[in-house]
Unconditional design. Structure first.
Length: 135
């Protein structure tokens, strides 16, 4: 794991189960890799999603994702997945994310995450401490 001021990077290895019959990473798995990077980004800031649910009654849910697939990743590749917060809101977080093999960008996405109440699944404000840390 590497973290810079502007982006968080999380290493991922491509396993056989991640690929299709041609040995290429199945398109939906890039979204899984990005989810892991966002989870680790949050964890690196000292926040666990289960604790946020218990303490504040909130969950995070993907509201929207726009993704461009540029080059294929293959079985056994070592990848880096980035998570860069580009728009912190009171009840949402927008990330720019990339999956890279060395310096080559394989795919990029903009992912908007909604903060929702655990019981009602309606929009909820981010905890003040987390919101303050992001701004």
């Amino acid at each position: 794991m590497r973290q810079t001021v502007t982006e968080f990077l999380w290493p991922v290895r491509v396993y056989y189960e991640d690929t299709d019959s041609g040995g290429v990473v199945y398109y939906a798995n890039y979204l899984k890799y990005m989810e892991r990077a966002r989870t680790e980004w949050l964890r690196a800031r000292g926040y666990e999603q289960d604790q946020l649910a218990e303490t504040y009654g909130i969950l995070f849910a993907v509201r929207s994702a726009s993704i461009d697939y540029l080059r294929p990743a293959r079985f056994n590749d070592r990848l880096e997945v980035s998570a860069k917060l580009i728009e912190p809101g009171r009840a949402s977080l927008t990330f720019a994310q990339e999956v890279r093999r060395e310096a080559e960008v394989l795919c990029r996405a903009t992912v908007r995450i909604a903060c929702v109440d655990r019981e009602t699944l309606r929009p909820a404000r981010l905890p003040a401490a987390l919101y303050g840390e992001l701004n």
